[in-house]
Design a protein around this ligand. Structure first.
Ligand SMILES: [Zn+2]
Ligand SMILES: [Zn+2]
Length: 157
């Protein structure tokens, strides 16, 4: 999403979410709006702790519990999804208006490379046949050492 994200024309994330809440009989509160605006202000991967800290630094008054309660709703509304789990934190990214991609993550410095590969569609097709599943989505995370970290490791040895 950060590098190969493409923004489609259409309703904003806020519009979609407001509509989602209405359809599910839930309230659209100013606090929820503040959090959503912050989430969609950047296109980076994010986790709840860092989102909370950066909001507090900006003087925005929200509770961490409210963020935690909002995340599953945003997932349900197809606006964000879980991407990877690191240092005890789930990291999320925007899905709305972004092309699907997979992640290559450096275990040492946490650098993320995003990639897409048409072979993933073939794998999904094969799985559909093999297990008789209706595939909804997939999440692929490949973990390794980036070239910088490999160089550092070599220099140290
Ligand atoms: Zn991503
Ligand atoms: Zn690295």
């Amino acid at each position: 999403m950060s590098t190969n994200g493409k923004k489609k024309e259409g309703p904003s994330e806020l519009d979609i979410f407001r509509d989602f809440l209405k359809r599910h009989g839930m309230r659209y509160t100013p606090e929820r709006e503040t959090i959503i605006k912050e989430i969609f202000a950047t296109h980076e991967h994010f986790d709840v702790d860092s989102l909370y800290i950066s909001m507090r630094q900006k003087g925005l008054r929200v509770s961490k519990a409210s963020i935690y309660r909002l995340i599953p709703l945003l997932i349900q509304a197809n606006l964000i999804e879980e991407v990877f789990f690191e240092k005890g934190q789930m990291h999320y990214e925007h899905t709305y208006g972004h092309e699907h991609h997979c992640h290559l993550r450096c275990q040492q410095c946490s650098k993320i490379e995003e990639f897409s590969d048409h072979r993933m569609a073939q794998i999904e097709e094969e799985l559909t046949k093999r297990f008789n599943y209706k595939i909804l989505r997939h999440r692929l995370e490949v973990i390794g050492l980036c070239s910088d970290c490999q160089k550092k490791a070599q220099a140290e040895s």
